[in-house]
Design a protein around this ligand. Structure first.
Ligand SMILES: Cc1cc2nc3c(=O)[nH]c(=O)nc-3n(C[C@H](O)[C@H](O)[C@H](O)COP(=O)(O)OP(=O)(O)OC[C@H]3O[C@@H](n4cnc5c(N)ncnc54)[C@H](O)[C@@H]3O)c2cc1C
Length: 529
C-alpha cells in the first residue's frame, strides 16, 4: 500500500478509543494514520477493571443515559467480540449498617434489569443470608443480611480488544505507527495542517493531515500543549489501582462488588485469569502521567477490605502477584467528590485551537465503539464529506470469525493439549487457525515454550509478523498475554527472546537489552513490601 501524501485523519493515541476510531474511520473509507508514543494499549486501557459493564454505580448519580448506552454496547460487544467478552455473574453482599441497604440495592437491580431489557443476559436475583452463605461459604457472617446477584461481562484481556480494532483498521487501509510520539500539531490559516512525530530512533517526521483526533486519554492536555494555541485544562484524572492475587482461602466463585468499610466506595473482587483482580481506588491525581504505580496506602486499603469481606483470606501485601495503576481521563472538575465526576465521554471540537482538531475526553472501555461512531460522524462534518453508514455495530472483529473451524484445526493438528487449544482460542479467537498453520508448516514453531505446554513458539512469530509487536514487552504483555500469569510468564522469557531474536535478527547485545527491559517492566508491577 502506498503512503498517501495527505491523510484525512491522524489519530493520536492507540488506546481503546483511538483504536475504535481508527477502525470506524478506515471502514468508512477515510485515509487514516494512528500513532502511539508506546505500544498500542499501553495506557489507561490496560489498567482497567476489565469489565464491559452497564455501570450499576452510575445509577446512583442518575447517569441513566450512560447506563443505557453501556448496556447497549455490552450487547454489541458480545456479538462482535464473543471470543473476548464473556458473561460474568456478580454478587453484592449486603451488610448491616452499610450505606446502601437492601431496598436501595433491590431498586438499583430492578432499574438495571429494565435498562438491560432485550440484552440477553439473565436478570438479577436476591438471595437470603443462608442462600448466599451456602453458595459462598467464605463470605463474612457478621452483619450479613442478604445478597443481590446480577450479570455483566468481562474482557479478560482488554489489550486483545484494542489490538483487534487496530488489525481491523489496518485491513481497511489504516496505517499504524507505534513508538511514535506526536510532539507538534501545526496549523495553517487556523486549520490543522500537519503533525510532527518522533520515532523510537529519535528521527523527526512530518505528515500532512486534514484533521486530527486527539485520543491520548489522560495525556490529552499534554498533546494540546503542542498545538499553536494552548487551551484551558480539559482532563482532571483520578488514579485507580488494582492488585492481583492467587485464589485465597474462602475466595468466592463469583465476582463480588462490595462496599468498602473505610469510605463506602464500592470495589470489585473478580475471578480473572486464574487469579483474583481486586480494585479499584479512586483518588484525585495531578502528578506525572507516566509509569504510575499503586501506592502502599492503596494496596493496604484493597487488602484489608478484601480480608474484611472474606475473613479466611488472611491476605498481606506479600501475597500480591503484581499490581497495576493508572489515571482515568475524566473531565476536569476543580471540586467535588471523585466518584461524582461524570463517566460520560465528551467529544470536544477544538475549533478555537485549530479547525479540524477533536479531543476525546473520558469514555469507558465499554462504550468505545459508540464513541468512535460519534467521533467519525463528527469528522464527516468537519471534512465536509458524505461518508457511508457506520458498520462497526455488526461487523465482527477479526478474531470473532471462524472459531469452530480453528478449534477443529488445532485439535486435529495435535500440536497442543485441548486445554491449551482453549487458551489459544480465548486469546486469538478464529485467528488461532493461522498460528496452527505456522506450526504445521514449520515443526520448530510447533514447540511449546513452557513445561505445561500452553505457549507455542509460533505465537511469538505470529505476534511479530501479524500483530506488529516490536519488543519483548509487547509480545509478553500485550500479544501472548503471558505477562499476566501469576509468575508474569518469567519462566518463558528466555525462550521467547530466542524466538524473537531469530525473527528480528537481533544481536546478542540486543537480546540482552530487550530482556533487561522486559524484566524491569515486570518488576515495576511488583508492590513494594
Ligand atoms: C482504574 C480504572 C478502572 C477502569 N475500569 C473500567 C472498566 O472496568 N470498564 C470500562 O469500561 N472502563 C473502565 N475504565 C475506563 C477506561 O479504561 C478508560 O476510560 C479507557 O481505557 C480510556 O481509553 P483511551 O483510549 O481514551 O486512553 P488510553 O488507553 O490511555 O490511550 C491513550 C494513548 O495515547 C498515547 N499517547 C499519549 N500521548 C501521546 C503522544 N504525544 N503521541 C502519541 N501517543 C500518545 C498513550 O501512550 C496511550 O496509549 C477504567 C479506568 C481506570 C483508570
Amino acid at each position: 500500500m502506498s503512503t498517501p501524501a495527505r491523510y484525512d485523519v491522524a489519530i493520536i493515541g492507540a488506546g481503546v478509543n483511538g483504536a475504535g476510531i481508527a477502525r470506524d474511520a478506515a471502514l468508512r473509507g477515510l485515509r487514516v494514520i494512528i500513532l502511539d508514543k508506546n505500544d498500542m494499549c499501553s495506557g489507561t486501557s490496560a489498567i482497567s477493571s476489565r469489565l464491559i459493564h452497564g455501570g450499576l454505580r452510575y445509577l446512583e448519580y442518575a447517569e441513566i443515559p450512560l447506563v443505557y448506552e453501556s448496556l447497549h454496547e455490552r450487547r454489541c460487544l458480545r456479538r462482535i467480540a464473543a471470543h473476548l467478552v464473556k458473561p460474568l455473574r456478580i454478587s453484592i453482599p449486603i451488610f448491616k449498617g452499610a450505606r446502601r441497604g437492601p431496598l436501595l440495592i433491590r431498586l438499583g437491580m430492578i432499574a438495571y434489569d429494565i435498562l438491560s431489557f432485550n440484552k440477553r443476559l439473565p436478570r438479577h436475583d436476591m438471595l437470603g443470608r443462608d442462600e448466599i452463605k451456602k453458595e459462598e461459604p467464605g463470605l463474612r457472617d457478621e452483619g450479613l443480611l442478604a445478597a443481590a446477584r446480577y450479570y455483566d461481562t468481562q474482557v479478560t484481556f482488554a489489550e486483545r480488544l484494542v489490538l483487534e480494532n487496530l488489525l481491523a483498521a489496518r485491513s481497511a487501509g489504516a496505517e499504524i505507527k507505534t513508538y511514535c510520539e506526536v510532539d507538534e500539531i501545526r496549523s495553517c490559516d487556523g486549520s490543522v495542517d500537519s503533525i510532527r512525530y518522533c520515532d523510537r530512533e529519535g528521527r523527526a517526521h512530518e505528515i500532512a493531515v486534514d484533521s486530527i483526533v486527539n485520543a491520548a486519554g489522560p495525556w490529552v492536555d499534554e498533546v494540546l500543549k503542542t498545538a499553536p494555541r494552548t487551551p484551558k485544562r480539559f482532563v482532571g484524572g483520578t488514579k485507580g489501582s488494582h492488585i492481583i492475587v492467587d485464589p485465597f482461602n474462602g475466595a468466592p466463585k463469583d465476582a463480588f462488588y462490595v462496599e468498602a468499610a473505610a469510605d463506602g466506595r464500592p470495589f470489585f473482587i473478580i475471578p480473572w485469569n486464574d487469579q483474583y483482580l481486586i480494585g479499584t481506588t479512586d483518588i484525585r491525581y495531578d502528578d506525572s502521567l507516566d509509569n504510575i504505580r499503586a501506592s502502599r496506602a492503596e494496596v493496604d486499603y484493597l487488602v484489608s477490605e478484601t480480608n474484611r469481606v472474606f475473613p479466611d483470606a488472611g491476605l498481606t501485601a506479600a501475597d500480591i502477584n503484581f499490581a497495576y495503576a493508572g489515571v482515568r481521563p475524566l473531565p476536569y472538575r476543580e471540586k467535588g467528590p471523585e466518584s461524582a465526576i461524570t463517566r460520560r465521554h465528551i467529544i470536544k471540537v477544538n475549533r478555537k485551537i485549530a479547525k479540524g482538531l477533536i479531543s476525546i475526553i473520558g469514555g469507558k472501555l465499554t462504550t468505545y465503539r459508540n464513541l468512535a461512531e460519534q467521533t467519525v460522524d463528527r469528522l464527516a462534518k468537519i471534512l465536509r464529506r458524505k461518508l457511508p453508514e457506520c458498520r462497526t455495530r455488526d461487523t465482527l472483529l477479526p478474531g470473532a470469525w471462524g472459531i469452530d473451524r480453528a478449534r477443529q484445526q488445532l485439535i486435529a493438528s495435535k500440536i497442543v493439549s485441548e486445554q491449551a487449544v482453549e487458551r489459544l482460542l480465548s486469546i486469538y479467537g478464529g485467528r488461532a487457525a493461522a498460528i496452527a498453520e505456522l506450526a504445521i508448516a514449520n515443526s520448530a514453531l510447533a514447540a511449546t515454550l513452557d513445561s505445561e505446554g500452553r505457549y507455542l513458539a509460533a505465537e511469538v512469530v505470529f505476534a511479530i509478523r501479524e500483530e506488529f509487536a516490536t519488543t519483548l514487552e509487547d509480545i509478553v504483555f500485550r500479544r501472548m498475554m503471558a505477562g499476566f500469569d501469576a509468575d508474569q510468564g518469567r519462566p518463558i522469557y528466555a525462550a521467547i527472546a530466542a524466538q524473537a531474536a531469530a525473527e528480528f535478527g537481533w544481536s546478542s547485545d540486543e537480546v540482552q537489552s530487550e530482556l533487561r527491559a522486559l524484566i524491569d517492566y515486570a518488576d515495576s508491577l511488583h508492590v513494594v513490601i
